[in-house]
Design a protein. Structure first.
Length: 359
């Protein structure tokens, strides 16, 4: 058990350059120690300093006294019939977060959480019902990935995790500092070494966050949960849009310095009788004009306490057709893991075996 005080540096939170500064300036160690430490922390994802065998014992002991190494504890894994799985983790201070693993033929995509709960309040999403408890640290965000990797390994599954989506619990852009650090860590060659092309950050439309991301010296894929074509309907579904209107959102998106061959993904949760009309479908291409983009249409998943229903399949098709005709790629994503409450909008931080929360 780590007993160092809370304000000490958490080694797993540090990006490579932050770790380098810490190693050189605070510890007075040689620069090459950074490579060693970063590889252990993020390449091997070890949680025990004593396993860092090429790091001098005195340094390990000093790190043990002066730093923390926060990890998540895997408390539950629920398998879905469709091959996906939901992992529930407990943070050191006792909160639950969830990640979802979605195997496709040769690759595995992983959906990570950035907060315990969420403050966005979207009417169709189960995480909204929790409210926001706190944001996750960068170390907690990346540790979800490491726990999943370890779990796959334990099962003898040698498939690689090839794609990461920041679409779990919480709003990444309301926790932008930690989200950015986690991205830098995950992309680092000595860490998980994932290409920025294979990472997607999804936002409900927190405009200042998008504006900040526009200034970053690296880019990942950006997904916007649009979910309506008018300010009025969007306000009803997503209270955040009262603060950051559709107008402001699209001003920020049009100004976004999108790299070549990248497109913004618009996610659109389709709800019968609410946002699935022919008029909505006709408005969508006009709304996004000038933004290189594609669409993910997601028939709404049932969530406790809301009576939103997905449109019939032919209605979903009828909605997509004019958008395709306007020249856009449209994917209808039937969410994975609905049988285990792991699908989009269903992460509610509840365990299947609630007694596991008692220690
Ligand atoms: N807060 C971020 C990250 C969460 S992503 C965001 O809003 O983008 C979660 C995605 O699932 C969002 O695109 C959201 O619109 C979608 N979603 C939420 N509840 C859903 C539900 N009940 N059915 C289908 N999709 C849902």
């Amino acid at each position: 058990m780590n007993t160092t005080p809370k304000d000490t540096v958490d080694l797993r939170d540090l990006t490579y350059s932050e770790l380098e500064r810490y190693v050189v300036e605070d510890l007075g160690e040689r620069r090459f120690r950074t490579d060693q430490l970063f590889s252990w922390l993020h390449g091997q994802a070890v949680t025990d300093l004593d396993l860092m065998t090429n790091v001098a014992k005195e340094l390990r002991q000093r790190l043990g006294r002066e730093t923390r190494l926060t990890t998540l504890q895997t408390v539950e894994v629920v398998d879905s019939k469709d091959g996906s799985a939901k992992l529930a983790f407990r943070t050191a201070d006792g909160h639950l977060v969830e990640s979802v693993l979605m195997p496709e033929e040769r690759k595995i995509s992983v959906c990570l959480s950035t907060q315990v709960g969420c403050a966005m309040g979207c009417a169709f999403c189960a995480t909204a019902g929790l409210g926001l408890t706190r944001s996750l640290t960068a170390g907690e965000i990346v540790d979800q990935l490491y726990r999943i990797r370890a779990w796959l390994q334990d099962r003898g599954d040698d498939r690689r995790i090839s794609n990461i989506v920041y679409m779990g619990m919480g709003e990444p852009l309301a926790n932008l500092r930690q989200t950015r650090r986690s991205l830098e860590i995950i992309m680092h060659p000595l860490g998980a070494n994932l290409s920025s092309r294979r990472i997607t950050v999804s936002t409900a439309g927190v405009v200042p966050g998008i504006e900040r991301m526009a200034t970053w010296d690296f880019q990942v894929n950006l997904a916007i949960s649009l979910n309506a074509t008018t300010q009025q309907v969007r306000e009803r579904l997503m209270p955040i849009t009262r603060r950051y209107s559709l107008d402001r959102l699209f001003t920020a998106l049009r100004a976004f310095p999108l790299e070549k061959r990248r497109r913004i993904t618009f996610e659109y949760v389709l709800i019968a009788g609410v946002n699935d009309s022919d008029e909505d479908a006709a408005r969508l291409p006009r709304l996004v004009a000038g933004v290189p983009c594609k669409f993910n249409i997601i028939p709404v998943n049932p969530v406790d306490g809301s009576d939103f229903a997905p449109p019939a399949p032919d209605r979903v098709e009828a909605f997509c057709a004019p958008i395709r005709r306007a020249g856009y790629t449209v994917i209808t994503r039937n969410s994975r893991g609905a049988d285990i409450s792991a699908a989009c909008g269903q992460l509610a931080g509840r365990l299947k075996s609630p007694n596991l929360t008692d220690e």
